[in-house]
Design a protein around this ligand. Structure first.
Ligand SMILES: Cc1cc2nc3c(=O)[nH]c(=O)nc-3n(C[C@H](O)[C@H](O)[C@H](O)COP(=O)(O)O)c2cc1C
Length: 517
């Protein structure tokens, strides 16, 4: 079931009893966070909140916690179970070449469905109801200051749209934006993200076209200077711009698609089309050569200068700590378009669980079939919310050969944003990775630490405050599978304690009489 826009989604939440309208006056500075944090910490993640009386922002409504429960996450994606999406992905990945006309005919519905993935450009849409080329100020929107020591106000749920200067393909990524003043904001795409790669590609293009006074810049040198990173060598940077558009308040499948760690060449507009079984409608921007969702509540158009970095942060982050100040590109706004009486969609991050925990869990489920394409031995995966996803991945495998657990660790570290995984625990297929008690029991019992823990070095999440260097550090893999003689383990491996079925049945039959319950 596809929602037409954010308003349609809000109505659905309301009908399902998943929304609370808050009519009391509430300050976007800290107060909305404190309220939402308390709600998020309730056992099922609490309801979505629509603040209808935001202090200093008459007429504005603020939506928060829209994805903040398992039920709402399923509703957002129009499914009864997230496994349905995984099964659909599997179905598309499992296509065999058709033999004969009949098999080709059978494929037609699938091809028709694939047609719905592609976005459609339309001539206009509600996001153009108001077009502001001059009279705008980013702080006309009720942007939150989330936590007391944040560097300022941050746009936290933006879908940031860029175009790859080489291929023309678009990317939509969710990168927070610190509002500096009326017309500029930080562009916090971390260096391993696709927006940052488009930025580097624009630098490469500027350097090689000779536009830049820096002239051609060696690729490796350019890489070192091309993202955030306070300790990086500061050199001359090529001049030029990368156009950027930002959509705030889109229908939920698209907002969610902006978070999905998709392969760089897969447009998130297509992912959203896949998720909602309906194409995303796009309209052209007014001042930049980009397209934006036609029904977005708010669109910011602008650019980042290739030779400008500015301090961004600190910001109370999803790790539960403030991410440190660092240098990032600056987004300059050239035009703002919005719906009449726009609804500002936002989120807060902080100590888990928060709204993003539910989004992360959905990604975990949806990505499992994709991980299995490269690592078919994977049975299940759990990224515990408390470890803020990238710090711990527990994975069960069908072990088939010596060293198999280590192969899986290395495969995961080589797979897109899973590269950030600080600790991977690999268990055998008969261990339920969703049962943390079982995982701890197995891991603690099954390892000889010196033998079974593997360290490696590589890129780490920019938010990691403990790595030896920003963005670079170590990772740990724990092989908690049963050890085999062919892995050099020649002692007998003990059997797990399990009661026999006959005794269980006898005790089941006598249970009531025992008077224990
Ligand atoms: C609420 C929220 C805020 C996020 N903020 C950032 C951010 O500021 N910078 C960043 O690089 N990633 C951030 N992420 C994670 C990215 O959205 C995610 O890595 C996504 O896959 C990036 O898209 P890309 O692969 O197209 O670059 C955030 C995710 C969520 C859910």
């Amino acid at each position: 079931m596809a929602y037409d826009d954010l308003r349609d989604w809000i109505s659905a939440l309301d009908r399902a009893g998943e929304l609370r309208r808050i009519r009391a006056e509430v300050d976007p500075v800290l107060e909305i966070t404190e309220i939402t944090d308390r709600v998020s910490k309730s056992p099922d993640g609490g309801p979505a909140l629509l603040f209808e009386n935001v202090k200093g922002y008459r007429g504005w409504h603020v939506l928060i916690n829209q994805f903040g429960s398992a039920r709402r996450m399923r509703m957002a994606l129009g499914v009864d179970s997230l496994d349905e999406i995984a099964a659909r992905i599997h179905h598309f990945l499992d296509v065999k070449s058709p033999e004969g006309l009949l098999e080709k005919i059978k494929m037609l519905p699938m091809l028709a469905e694939m047609g719905k993935f592609f976005p459609k450009t339309v001539s206009s849409g509600p996001c153009k109801e108001v077009i502001r080329r001059d009279d705008f100020d980013l702080l006309h929107m009720p942007v939150l200051q989330c936590w007391p020591k944040d560097a300022g106000r941050f746009i936290t749920l933006p879908s940031v749209i860029t175009r790859d200067p080489r291929t023309g393909k678009r990317n939509v990524g969710m990168y927070r934006m610190q509002v500096y003043d009326a017309r500029t904001a930080g562009m916090h795409w971390q260096r391993q993200k696709v927006g940052a790669e488009h930025y580097r590609d624009a630098m490469r293009a500027a350097a090689s076209s000779g536009v830049s006074p820096a002239g051609p810049v060696a690729g490796v040198d350019l890489m070192a200077r091309s993202g955030g990173g306070a300790i990086e060598p500061e050199g001359e940077r090529p001049q030029g711009k990368l156009e950027v558009a930002v959509a705030i308040g889109t229908e939920p499948a698209l907002t969610f698609a902006a978070v999905i760690p998709a392969p760089p060449d897969v447009e998130e507009f297509m992912i959203a089309g896949f998720l909602r079984h309906k194409p995303v409608e796009l309209v052209k921007c007014e001042t930049v050569d980009l397209e934006v969702p036609a029904t977005a509540e708010i669109v910011l158009e602008g650019y980042v200068d290739l030779d400008e970095l500015r301090a961004e942060g600190p910001f109370g982050d999803h790790t539960g700590f403030y991410s440190l100040e660092d240098l990032y590109p600056v987004f300059h706004v050239t035009c703002v378009t919005h719906r009449k009486r726009p609804i500002y969609a936002t989120t807060i991050v902080g100590k888990p669980p928060m709204e993003d925990a539910w989004m992360g869990k959905a990604i975990e489920r949806i990505f499992l079939p994709l991980m299995r394409v490269t690592l078919p031995e994977i049975v299940d995966v759990n990224l515990p919310v408390e470890a803020v996803f990238h710090n711990l991945m527990i994975v069960s495998i069908r072990k088939s050969y010596p060293g198999h657990a280590r192969k899986v660790m290395n495969g995961i570290w080589a797979m897109g944003q899973a590269m950030f995984t600080k600790c991977i625990v690999v268990v055998d297929e008969d261990c339920d990775v969703q049962d943390l008690r079982e995982v701890v029991l197995r891991t603690a019992n099954h390892i000889d630490p010196e033998r079974d823990i593997q360290f490696t070095l590589g890129p780490v999440d920019s938010l990691d405050h403990s790595s030896r260097l920003p963005n670079f550090g170590s990772k740990m893999g724990i092989d908690a599978t049963r050890k085999w003689p062919t892995e050099g383990f020649t002692r007998p491996w003990p059997e797990e304690i399990r009661m026999d079925e006959a005794t269980k049945r006898r005790v089941d039959a006598m249970w009531k009489k025992l008077g224990i319950d």
